[in-house]
Design a protein around this ligand. Sequence first.
Ligand code: MG
Ligand code: MG
Length: 629
Amino acid sequence: MKTSIATVSISGEFQEKLSAIARAGFDGIEIFENDFLAFDRSPAEVGQMVRDHGLTVSLFQPFRDFEGMPEPFRSRNFDRAERKFDLMAELGTDLMLICSNISPVSLGGIDRAAADFRELGERAAKRGLRVGYEALAWGRHIHDHRDAWEIVRRADHPNIGLILDSFHTLARKIDVNSIRSIPGDRIFIVQLADAPLIEMDLLYWSRHFRNMPGEGDLAVTPFMQAIAATGYDGYLSLEIFNDQFRGGSPEAISRDGRRSLVYLMDQVRRVEPDMRIPVPDMPARSEVSGIAFVEFAVGDDDGRELEALLQILGFRAVARHRTKAVKLMRQGAINLVINREEKGFANASYLVHGANAYAFGLMVDDAAAAHARALELGSEDFRQAVGPGEMQVPAIRGVGGGIVYFLDEKSALANIWDVEFEPVGEANGGYAGVGLTRIDHLAQTTRYEEMLTWLLFYTSQLATRKTPMVDIIDPAGVVRSQVVETQDGRLRITLNGAENRNTLAGRFIAETFGSGIQHIAFETDDIFAAAAALARNGFKSLVISPNYYDDIEARFGLDPEMVERMKASNILYDRDDAGEYFQLYSPTYGEGFFFEIVERRGYAGYGAPNAIFRIAALKRHLRPGGLPR
Ligand code: MG
Ligand code: MG
């Protein structure tokens, strides 16, 4: 599998881009003319720099407004092409991209264009170069790869071929199966990009909103399946124009790019086993049956505070690590690990971020397979020295600097709590369980620019899907929210991307120095019973404005008596086609972390319409002189 990425896809100085691209494992780069204009080295020096990084130049682009021009433009174009051929020779690449003409002067006509390309093919052949033709979605006469292919076919020259770009084909909703009848050796390069589905001008959409395959909503996989069926075995090249990426970290964006291609080709290989592109063999995406545990890194004081809060929430300390300052608290099927170690990764995380939920364990079908797949996709392995009697649990670094562990029921990992922990018979200070059964969802807060990285991280490794993005209005700005979930809802992770630090989510990121888990939602079968039990434990729920209850009573036509009960316990309500949802929140703990308790009666969402009320309540709580805590 030969992979390449256009240098315009990522930010940074040219040199910086090359290092990031090489480190992410790419074989080549597409060079844009602008790379020279903004850079004071000669083409030969640039070519040498690229090769010094172990990369090749897969493509030089773009050459615009070439075919179907009247004189004198036509002759000038051939002169211009010769000069670019000189440049390509210095640079050390043999392939040039010509995109379909957008000039109002161009004349159109398939045979005229074919004749131009045949002549150009002759000139390119003399220098051992090749020219590929790409249909731009907004080309004046040619905006469909089927027409571009017809021109290439009629040009009938070995040095003239076709360039396919998923964006141009999919943006115009052209049937991808039309690609299957093109001979693979006539396709000179394949460019890949995805994009979110937004109705807008094609050119603007393409120049600002492209993203990595799998990050958007276009059918890039079927597109690539069709190409694989042609026998094509050349470069898979990312050509991504995205404003966020141009402002993001070159390392992270390059890693995402490489991951997106490996993930894409793994999907293609499962349906096109005879394709000629070699793809690493790896286990399928892991089936996740739930969150096995969440682990907090704490110090002495905030550890005591957290344990006290968890006791009030009905958790009980059930076991202690045999050799470490680590405690297991449990309720129903929820395992929370409190790590007070003064060395190791948890402690490092504590020192940087303060008390935080720095790690979680996923219960998967096969932990070793999940780990192997993650590493193939470029995730970073995580290991710590294990003491006698301890188990090496397969783990990787998450996106925000946290850790994701993999557990399963079929290996020795199933016994982790018995092997590494010993039961404790600690008194629970008189607090009773409140009927929390399992973790409903983890809510991770990220920088807005990192959201796509997180989405790709989860969806490429785990058998999950992503929901459409929704905007949550914080009084201080917008927070973008998107969910990664399994079909059956046994794993649900909400990602909230904060655009500015004045939002509650933004403040969390600023104060904890990075993205991470901001809240954990526990499920109960009966939220009213849970609220009563919590009240007996002395729990103070987050106080919701009385106006909220007038609103939902009218909006949903609710029974006033039920609304009174909800109001008494600060329970929030939402409804969708599938059912009802009840939520209640804890005040914040530490730097903006909180717990949520939910009851689902068939409901599939996350109470997004309530987020604004929750945010307002949390902000009141954080503000001195706000409503009573
Ligand atoms: Mg392109
Ligand atoms: Mg939630």
